[in-house]
Structures are given as C-alpha cells and as structure tokens.
Design a protein. Sequence first.
Length: 333
Amino acid sequence: MSKLIDTYGREHRNLRVSLTDRCSLRCTYCMPNDFAAWIPNDDLLTTNELLTVIEVAVEQGINEVRLTGGEPLLRPDIVEIVDRIAGLANAPRLTLTTNGLKLKELAQPLAKAGLNRINISLDTLSRERFKKLTYRDRFDDVIEGLDAAKAAGLFPIKVNTVLLKGINDDEAPALLEWALKNEFALRFIEQMPLDAGGIWDRATMVTADEIYADLSTHYELTPVDGRGSAPAEEFYINGTQATVGIIGSVTRPFCGACDRLRLTSDGQLRSCLFSNEEVDVRKVLRDENKDEAAKRVEIAARFQKTVISKLPGHGINDPSFIAPLRPMSAIGG
Ligand code: SAM
Ligand code: SF4
C-alpha cells in the first residue's frame, strides 16, 4: 500500500485516535461546565471498527498511535483496545494522553497490555485552583494517577500544562521544580482556539515567549537539537539531561514538519486539528454492500484523500481563519 505523503512532501507516521468525546473534567479552556453536545453513542466506533481503521493505517506507514479524547480512560474497553493494537502485525508505538483520574486502577493493566508511554495533563499544583479550573475536586486522583503511572513503568511520563492568564500563569517555575523532583517531563502548551465555549482570546493567551522568559529567570535553558516532527521545542535545564518543552502551537507553529493525522471517535479522518473538512470512514465500515476486503481498500483510499487535502499550515494567524466546528474534545487532543 502507498505511504501517506501529502502534496508538500510530508510523510505521515502518527495517528491520533480519539476514543470518546466524553470527559470526567471540565477544563475551562476545553469544555464549559454545562457542555451537552455529545456525539451520539451509536456513532462511536466499536472496538472492531477501530482496529480495522488502525490496521489499515499501519499498513500505510503509520508507526505511532496516540489514544486520546475526550478522556480515553472513560472507554470501558480501553485495556482491550490497547491489547489489540499492541498485538497487530508491525504494531505501532502506542501512547495515550489522559487527565489521569482513572490511572490508579488502570496504569498497571494498560502497561501490561502493551501501552508504551503516557502523557498526563495537570495545570496546577493547587487543589483549590484545580477545582476552579476543572469544575471537579479531583486533584488528589491525578496525583495518585501520576504515581501509578510511575509504578507501572510508563516512562518517560510527560505532563501537559496549559497556562491561563490570572489563573495559573504564575506557576510555571513551581511546576517545573515539581516535575524535576518527580522525574516527569513537563511540557507547556499554548492555549488554542479549540474550546467548546469559545473563550480563547489572542490578547490574553499566555505565549511561548512569555513562558520561556518566565522559566529563564529561574533556570538556564539550552535548546535541544533535532526536534524532527515533535510539537514541543525542548530545552535542557541547568546543563543537565532533564528537559522542559514548550508547544507554541499558536505563536510558533510547527506545521512544516507535521506528520500527524487524526481519527475522531465517530469515525471521521482529519488532516489537522484545525481543518474544517472530515473524511468519513464510519460509513465505509458500516456499508452492508461491501465485504471486509473492499472496506479496507476504500478506507485506505480515504486515508490518501485525507492526506492529499492537507494544507501547508493551520492558518490560525491568517485574518481569514475560521475555528473548526468541532471542539478539541470531539476531535481528539
Ligand atoms: N482528556 C485528556 C487530557 O486532558 O489529557 C486527553 C484529551 S485533551 C483534549 C488533550 C490535551 O489537550 C490536554 O493536555 C489538554 O490540556 C489539551 N487541551 C485541551 N484544550 C486545549 C486548548 N484549548 N488549547 C491547548 N490545549 C488544550
Ligand atoms: Fe477533559 Fe482533557 Fe478537555 Fe480537560 S482537557 S476537559 S480532561 S478532554
């Protein structure tokens, strides 16, 4: 089968798979507390359907799959999904992004099933702030989840942090100190215009330059060479091998080296978080007039269609930019 190469020569090797749009938190930059526009249950891909799409993707050169959401650990069959992806021929490297709430019970089974690595999101070290930021009093569960990920050996454990002005933007150095002490790889992500509540505002977002400047007053940061297709700019800290990452999605776009495609939980392929087009594979999977082999051929063709439609960049900084119709939680972060 053909590789997934777009018209700008970028070869796609990374597939982000959203397992659900549901979530156990309501991070203000992602989902309003009263959010209710959920994807209907019947539209969510079944485990078998997911596996078919991922297998076709792997045959076309995808070698890393990141499970995400919404909150991927809310999917009742999460351990089975990991186990089956890890058991594929030419199994991709398998990672997962989670809010960590269910890791206390799931970290060990996930590691055993074949999960290679994990990203856990945490925006503050204050229990009170966590409650304000997420509308849920679950700070302790995240900390227990982080400990469980360590005990399960899911290294390197990356911690994702979004800073919001006037809420937690004074915590960057303290978060880094905490991460270093606990051997977590911290990455700050610029807030993007992808929230369901439409609260993003360029004028108030905390920029990569501001984060760098703040950290630099406390730490000596040395750029790490060889970023490749990684979203994060990494820096060595105080001359050690420990690093911190800054993902400047808005102010320092990294689209030129992007190798990511996305599959939503309702079976739509996307070439970019910010694209306004989706290519339907659920329809193919549920087409009663096609046998398995014909479905796989058509799904492969739809991957090619998706990759060919990919634009050179996300265009957030163009005056004509229109935010995608679906929020991050439905697309898969
Ligand atoms: N629920 C899981 C979690 O929070 O890790 C996985 C899905 S979440 C959408 C994936 C990542 O996207 C998280 O690290 C989260 O902080 C980040 N995120 C969500 N909304 C964002 C936004 N508007 N801008 C930047 N990052 C965002
Ligand atoms: Fe849920 Fe993750 Fe969005 Fe927070 S960022 S509301 S944990 S999907």
